[in-house]
Structure formats: structure tokens, C-alpha cells
Design a protein around this ligand. Structure first.
Ligand code: ADP
Length: 252
């Protein structure tokens, strides 16, 4: 809890040496009962998950593998905004702790020098009009020095980029501080402050992208994000597509 100065985020920490996935543990915990802002953290994940069931590499002791549990008083369709908010908090935490300027690849990858240093997986339980809970998983590569073959070209860690070993607890605290601040601003002022923060780090805007949704692949120029956090992509015919920050992949 080095440097944690939040009101409730991260005040209750559920620490593990190893879990299947911190999101899975957090969901089980949320099904029973939890204090708002509870954080599940593990030294390693044996089955760490990315979006769409993809695997998240999470070896022992190198990164920050954590999931936080909240019950936001928002409508279920607004939940993807929490993913964007989280990417901003991670980016800010990295700025505060390392001085490096990270980028955010829409919707949720945080990059340093063009390589992925953090992934975010937001999951929720909700019915039509009410969210029961949201679990926000973050995987941040901190002191990793090498990666498995499949991601060697695309992944990096804070240690690789800064050249020095980093204190994981401090970085986690810094991210949670920024997370709570952004979350409270979001709840009181809506998405506008999140959008501004997000655009500050965006790396895709103005560039050609190709987005695969569950039904189609759209290629065009990423123009902006709108007031709902949707990505606006203009295709070759000039048509603007609004893409929700859910289960989509974006390829450059
Ligand atoms: P996307 O980049 O499409 O948003 P996800 O957020 O679902 O993907 O993350 C999963 C993907 O990230 C994996 O398929 C793999 O390519 C990559 N990956 C897995 N573990 C790591 C890691 N520790 N650091 C960086 N990239 C990783």
C-alpha cells in the first residue's frame, strides 16, 4: 500500500500467490459480497485472460496482475466507458512513476514506445437496467525482461523501457489513486473528463485502422471517440461507423 491515498479503492486487498485469473477470483468474490473497491492481486496467474478468451502472459512476481471490484451506479450500456477510464488511469500512473509518455490504443491497450505494456479486461454482471458489479482487470508488465515467442515483438515492460527495476506496489498504488480520481469525476461529471484524458494519450486517432467486430471488419480512418466512448471510423465511401468498445479487435 505504498503511497495509496484513495478513499476506498484498494483499501481492501485480497492477495494471492497464484490464481487462475484475478478476474475470475474477483467475480467469485463479487458473487458473495465485497467492499466497494476491493482489489484482488496475485503474484502469478495460471490462466490469465485477455479479451475474447485470449491468453494473458502473467509469470510469477514480474507484473501487476490485479482486478478491482466496483458497483457503479450507471446503466449497463455505459460500462465500456470504465474500460477507457481505466486505460487513462494506467497511463497516468505510468507518467507519474516513470516520466515516460505512454499511448493508448483504442479501446484498452496501454503502449510504451509502441509496444504493449498493459492490457485491460472489464467484465460485468448486469440485468437490463442495473449493474450488479463490474470487475476491472489490469495486467501491467513491470519487471519482465523477456516474453514468450508469440508476443516478443509486441510486448514490453516498464523495466525494459526505463532500464531500471520498478517497485510494483508503488506503481499499483499510483494507478489506483488515478483510477479513483477518474472514477469519481466520471460519476459526478460524466464521460467528458474521461474523454479528454483519453484523447491526450490516443495513438490511433487520425490513422488508418481495421476493426473486427463480431459481424464484420471495417477499415478506414479513426476520426475520434464520441461522447459515449465509441470509436468513429470513416470508411472509403465516407460513411462513419460508430464502434463500441466491447469485444472488438483493432489492427493497424
Ligand atoms: P487486444 O490487443 O486485441 O486488445 P487483449 O487485450 O485481449 O488483446 O490481450 C490479449 C493479447 O495480448 C494476447 O492475445 C497476446 O497477443 C497479448 N499478450 C498476452 N500477454 C501479454 C503480456 N503480458 N503483455 C503484452 N501482451 C500480451
Amino acid at each position: 500500500k505504498d503511497g495509496l491515498n484513495t478513499e476506498y479503492i484498494g483499501r481492501n486487498i485480497d492477495y494471492h500467490e497464484a490464481v487462475d485469473s484475478t478476474n475470475q477470483t474477483a467475480k467469485e468474490m463479487a458473487e458473495r459480497e465485497f467492499a466497494e473497491g476491493t482489489v484482488v492481486v496475485a503474484e502469478m496467474q495460471t490462466a490469465g485472460k485477455g479479451r475474447l478468451g485470449r491468453k494473458w502472459n502473467s509469470p510469477f512476481g514480474t507484473g501487476i496482475w490485479m482486478s478491482l471490484i466496483v458497483r457503479p451506479p450507471i446503466a449497463p450500456p455505459d460500462a465500456p466507458k470504465i474500460t477507457l477510464l481505466t486505460a487513462v488511469a494506467v497511463a497516468e500512473g505510468i507518467v507519474h512513476e516513470t516520466g515516460m509518455k505512454p499511448g493508448i490504443k483504442w479501446p484498452n491497450d496501454v503502449l510504451v514506445n509502441g509496444k504493449k505494456v498493459c492490457g485491460i479486461l472489464t467484465e460485468m454482471k448486469a440485468d437490463m437496467d442495473r449493474i450488479h458489479y463490474v470487475v476491472v482487470g489490469m495486467g501491467i508488465n513491470v519487471n519482465d525482461q523477456n516474453f514468450p515467442e508469440e508476443i516478443r515483438e509486441t510486448a514490453t515492460s516498464l523495466q525494459i523501457e526505463t532500464g531500471s527495476r520498478m517497485n510494483r506496489a508503488r506503481i499499483a498504488a499510483s494507478i489506483l489513486n488515478d483510477w479513483e480520481k477518474n472514477y469519481q469525476n466520471f460519476l459526478s461529471q460524466g464521460f467528458a473528463p474521461v474523454k479528454d484524458g483519453w484523447k491526450n494519450y490516443a495513438v490511433n486517432l487520425g490513422k488508418e485502422v481495421s476493426v473486427t467486430t463480431f459481424k464484420e471488419t471495417i477499415s478506414g480512418r479513426a476520426m475520434d471517440i464520441d461522447e459515449d466512448g465509441m470509436l468513429l471510423v470513416k470508411d472509403a465511401t465516407g460513411k462513419i461507423h460508430r464502434i463500441v468498445a466491447g469485444d472488438v479487435s483493432l489492427r493497424k
